[in-house]
Each structure stands twice: as structure tokens, then as C-alpha cells.
Design a protein around this ligand. Structure first.
Ligand code: KG4
Ligand code: ZN
Length: 347
């Protein structure tokens, strides 16, 4: 099945064509990062306007690159949540219009499930069904959670952040350090030259169930204290926003963030007794996180599935791919789908 995917949940305008859930025929992404950078974060009004202006061009690009004609598409898949309401609506309206015009099925896709699926787009990856049961660590700009997957579509949330997402921790930390938005890639780059042990930042442990919505505190994350400790450190050491100290501060901050994520993933793997760890979302690009997770998993004899770098950040191939294996909301229910800004994964 040739599926056209559309993704407009945040600040990437993306379209892709994927055959049979795994062969990526094309993937076009327009990143709006440069337009949001002067504001230090994503501005929803700018994002939705940019989606309206760029989606037609990106759709054409995806189709041309795929080598297919409109008439050869067999379904349209679109992210309907979570994300920015006004941005989601642009993709959802375009997808409904296209599917109606082409007279082909529509699939509504959960953005977090799509991120998880991104690892199965790699040519060497096993099939999604064969990789289950698994534990997934989803780490993006807006979400940080641990999910158990028993079969495609069968999700159980094990843990999540009780405040900031991991990507948000990187973005806010970078801002305090005077580094540009988005902070994750810059902190990753600057930290590579620094000494992660010189300045120690706190690793917050969630201890009480009051904040976790019934989830096990041991599998939940908290990053807001880390950000505050960086704020206080910089108040006491104003010179640290410049070299030679900056790279050590960035490396220490990154190490604390990575440590918390790796410990959470390790506890989840041990409790759930599964043999596969999936890591997905924009933060899965982080080199230190990848290395530490691979080490931890090797010690537990667990295999790690990571997305290709081009499929870590928001893209539409993961959306089209997931629909290509029959997942998502389709049939009559898809036509009445509305944007769901707070959509979750696994209950
Ligand atoms: O998945 P994504 O593209 O968008 C959301 O769904 O949120 O994730 C974006 C997040 C941003 O917070 C960005 O700073 C972070 O991913 N990120 C990174 C790296 N590259 C992107 N964080 C740490 N290290 C990186 N190399
Ligand atoms: Zn995302």
C-alpha cells in the first residue's frame, strides 16, 4: 500500500510517501526552526501560518520524489495529536481534502505512536510485530515517557515526566547558557568538548505517587529541578556562560539529563523483563544518550532499536509508515476526527 503521510503537529511541515509500511519512497521536511529562533521557542501563530504556506509545496515535493502519480496513492495518513491545535488543523484539513478528492482511505495517527514506529523504517529493522514485547523511551521536545508495547497498537504507559520534557530541559538549559534555540543539538555539540564530571548537577528522583497519576514513581522523570539548579549555578558563577567553563557546564547538565533517562529506561527493562528497547523522538539524536543507552542495554543483554538520524525529529515517513501497517484511526471514524492537542499514548 502506498501511503501519503502528513505531519504538522509542531514546527516541521512534512510530507512523505511510504510503501507497505517500511519502504520510504520520499520524505520532505520544511523545518521552521530559523523562523522561531529569534523568539527563543515555537510561536504557535507563526507555526500554523507557515504550515498553510508551505504544505502545498512540501506535498508536491514528496510526490515528485516518490516517482508516483497522485492516482497511485492508496491512503492518506495524518497526525491528529498531540501538538499545537492550530498546526494540527492545517495537516488534518489538507489530509481530509486530499483523501476525499482521491477517494482513498484516511488514517488519523498519534504523533507519539509514530515516533515509536520510526525505528521500524530502518532497512535492517525487524518488523514491529516481531520486535514485541518491547519497552519504548519516547523523548521529544514536548514528551518524555516510557511505554510497554505488547503488540502494535497495544500500549501501556509505564512512566512519564511530571514536569518538563527532556527536550524542554535541553532547550531551557541552553537558553540559560545563552545558546541558541533549539538547545538540544547545541548542548550535544558543546558538551562533546567538555568534562561532564567537573560540575555535578542533581539527578531528581520522583518519590511520591501524588504527582504521577498512579504510575510508578521509579519510572517517572522530573527535570524542572535540574533547570533551577543550573539557574542558581549561573547566578553564583556568571563567568560560566563563556569558555573555558561553558563546555564543562553544558557537559555536566547533559550528563544529568542523560543519567535520569538511562536509569528510568533501565528500571523499566528490568521490571518488564523484555528483550528490546526502542528509543525515539528528537532527543534520541543525542550522542551521549545513545552511547549510554547502548552500554546499559548491553549489560542487560537487551537489544536497542534507534531511528535513523533523518527519522528522529518530526517527519511524515513515520506517520505514513504506521498507517501502512494498518495502525491508526481509519474508516468512518477518521472523517470526523478533530485535532487532539493533548492526545496521549498507552492510557
Ligand atoms: O521530536 P521532536 O523533533 O519534536 C517534538 O515532537 O517535540 O523533538 C524536538 C526536541 C527539541 O527539544 C530539541 O532540542 C531536541 O529534540 N533535540 C535534541 C537533539 N536534537 C534535537 N536534544 C538533545 N540532543 C540532540 N542532539
Ligand atoms: Zn515529535
Amino acid at each position: 500500500m502506498n501511503v501519503l503521510g502528513i505531519e504538522t503537529s509542531c514546527d516541521e511541515t512534512a510530507a512523505a510517501v511510504v510503501a507497505d509500511g517500511c519502504r520510504v519512497l520520499s520524505s520532505a521536511v520544511f523545518s521552521q526552526v530559523a523562523l522561531h529562533r529569534p523568539h527563543g521557542g515555537v510561536v504557535p501563530e507563526i507555526a500554523s501560518r507557515q504550515h498553510v504556506e508551505n504544505l502545498p509545496r512540501i506535498l508536491d515535493e514528496a510526490l515528485t520524489q516518490s516517482g508516483l502519480r497522485w492516482s497511485q496513492l492508496q491512503a492518506v495518513a495524518v497526525t491528529y495529536g498531540p501538538g499545537l491545535a492550530s498546526s494540527l488543523l492545517v495537516g488534518l484539513s489538507a489530509a481530509k481534502a486530499l483523501a476525499l478528492r482521491l477517494n482513498i482511505p484516511l488514517f488519523g495517527i498519534n504523533h507519539l505512536e509514530a515516533h515509536l514506529y520510526s525505528v521500524f523504517l530502518a532497512p535492517e529493522a525487524p518488523s514491529y510485530a516481531a520486535a514485541c514485547p518491547l519497552v519504548a523511551l519516547i523523548v521529544s521536545g514536548g514528551h518524555t515517557c516510557l511505554v510497554r508495547v505488547d503488540a502494535p497498537g497495544s500500549y501501556r504507559r509505564l512512566g512519564q515526566t511530571i514536569d518538563d520534557a527532556a527536550g524542554e530541559a535541553f532547550d531551557k538549559g541552553a537558553k540559560l547558557l545563552g545558546l541558541e534555540y533549539p538547545g538540544g543539538p547545541v548542548i550535544d555539540r558543546v558538551s562533546a568538548l567538555g568534562d561532564a564530571n567537573r560540575i555535578k548537577f542533581p539527578r531528581t528522583r520522583v518519590l511520591m505517587k501524588n504527582f504521577t497519576g498512579g504510575l510508578s514513581p521509579a519510572l517517572c522523570f522530573s527535570f524542572s529541578g535540574l533547570k533551577t539548579s543550573l539557574l542558581y549555578y549561573l547566578r553564583d558563577h556568571p563567568e560560566a556562560v563563556s569558555e573555558p567553563t561553558l563546555k564543562d557546564v553544558a557537559a555536566g547538565y547533559q550528563e544529568a539529563t542523560v543519567d535520569v533517562l538511562v536509569r528510568g529506561a533501565q528500571r523499566a527493562l528490568q521490571r518488564e523483563r523484555v528483550q528490546t528497547l526502542v528509543v525515539a523522538g528528537g532527543v534520541s539524536l543525542n550522542r551521549r544518550l545513545r552511547a549510554r543507552l547502548l552500554d546499559m542495554a548491553a549489560s542487560l543483554r537487551v537489544r536497542v532499536l534507534l531511528p535513523a538520524p533523518s527519522h528522529c525529529a518530526d517527519n511524515a515517513a513515520m506517520v505514513a509508515g504506521l498507517a501502512g501497517i494498518g495502525q491508526g484511526i481509519t474508516g468512518e471514524a477518521a472523517w470526523s476526527l478533530d485535532a487532539c492537542p493533548n492526545l496521549e499514548i498507552g492510557g
